[in-house]
Ligand binder design. Structure first.
Ligand code: ATP
Ligand code: MG
Ligand code: FE
Length: 354
């Protein structure tokens, strides 16, 4: 069956197509899913001058990009709308006005084509996307989800039906910290890629930035990045007061090291605590070179299999929603009613909305 996935939770309009193989295998076998198309139209340049996503601008951009992006995805896959057997759409979490555009489009397509419609969880999609690249997920697996809006450790018993949050950030998301620190040191938005690049020329041990939430009384699987951001700002202010030149590469490398250190330390500790042998890292920050290198090192030392989807699949896209939709279809879950609504604060434990 062909599943179309629609994603509009933030500033990317994504339409993906995935094929679900049903080779008559026994029910116990994990579904096999293949990527057919992944088209993304981003409005990120429109937000760059504001240093962050402007919701009204994002909604309008989704409205304009929805139909052409859908046409491009179908053309890439060599399919037509009538070939689509089911539709999945991000129901939340995300920006209300952005989510609404995708949900309305998905409902219209589903009604017109008379195919089942599933409102699904964006965060579960970030995990499910890995099956397009690395095949079925072992059960259970641990997911470290690190993006512009979220930083969570998840226990995934079944990506379509059972996801449990083990911990999350108590303040800023990891990507948000990258974006704020970039602004502080004068690098463009979004801050992840330029900091990653600048850090390559710097010394990660030049400045000892704090590791948030790692004290003995802190929740073991929660994160905090706002203190780190403040520490970077203070450090820059102090250097400026002394009229010293700012060693941007060293600041970036030291900041990046602090983020990667805490994320990987806690993820490995959670995998150990729950006896989980596979870790998936996803979300935009998973594209960070230091994070994946350190995770690889520490997972190897701990005997944990590490899976990181290619960067293109880590940031928001429609393929991740098509992939999750395929797993939902394979699990034979009930469809979402045509009157379901976008849910900006949808918890990760709700994989499909009813
Ligand atoms: P959501 O939390 O809803 O998934 P989002 O759209 O902001 O929201 P993504 O598109 O997955 O999330 O990720 C964007 C974030 O990833 C930005 O904060 C960006 O700075 C960060 N990012 C992208 N590339 C890198 C990188 N190489 N290193 C660090 N951070 C990065
Ligand atoms: Mg984005
Ligand atoms: Fe996302």
């Amino acid at each position: 069956r062909i599943i179309m996935g629609i994603e509009t939770s933030c500033d990317e309009t994504g339409v993906g197509l995935a094929r679900l193989f049903e080779d008559g295998a026994d029910d116990a076998a994990e579904p096999r899913v293949e990527l057919l198309a992944d088209e993304v139209a981003s409005s990120v340049e429109l937000h760059a001058r504001y240093g962050g996503v402007v919701p009204e601008v994002a909604s309008r951009a989704h409205l304009e990009a929805m139909a052409p992006t859908t046409r491009r995805a179908l053309a890439t896959a060599g399919l037509s709308l009538s070939d689509v057997d089911a539709i999945a759409v991000t129901a939340g979490p995300g920006l209300a006005g952005s989510l609404l555009v995708g949900v309305a489009a998905a409902k219209a397509y589903a009604a017109a084509l008379d195919v089942p419609l599933y409102g699904v969880n964006h965060l579960a999609g970030h995990v499910a996307v890995d099956t397009l690249e690395h095949g079925p997920l072992p059960k259970p697996c641990l997911a470290l989800l690190v993006s512009g809006g979220h930083t969570q450790l998840l226990r995934v018993d079944d990506v379509a039906t059972k996801i449990t949050e083990l911990g999350s950030t108590v303040d800023d998301a990891a990507g948000e910290a990258y974006d704020k620190v970039a602004r502080i040191v004068g690098l463009p938005y979004p801050g992840g890629p330029p900091i990653d690049k600048a850090a390559k020329e710097g010394d990660p041990e030049a400045i000892a930035f704090p590791r948030g939430m790692t004290g003995p009384r802190d929740a073991p699987f929660d994160f905090s990045f706002s203190g780190l951001k403040t520490a970077v700002a203070r450090w820059i202010e102090a250097a400026e007061r002394q009229s010293e030149p700012i060693p941007v590469p060293d600041v970036c490398a030291s900041f990046q090291e602090a983020v990667a250190d805490v994320l990987t330390m806690k993820a490995v500790a959670a995998a150990r605590e729950y006896g989980i042998g596979t870790m998936v890292i996803s979300g935009g920050v998973a594209a960070n070179s230091r994070l994946s290198a350190l995770a690889r090192e520490r997972c190897e030392a701990a005997g944990i299999e590490l899976r990181v989807p290619r960067p293109r699949l880590c940031t928001d896209n429609g393929a991740m929603i098509a992939a999750l939709g395929a797993h939902v279809v394979a699990a034979d879950l009930p469809t979402s009613p045509l009157d379901f609504s976008a849910t900006p604060a949808l918890p990760v434990s709700t994989v499909t909305v009813r």
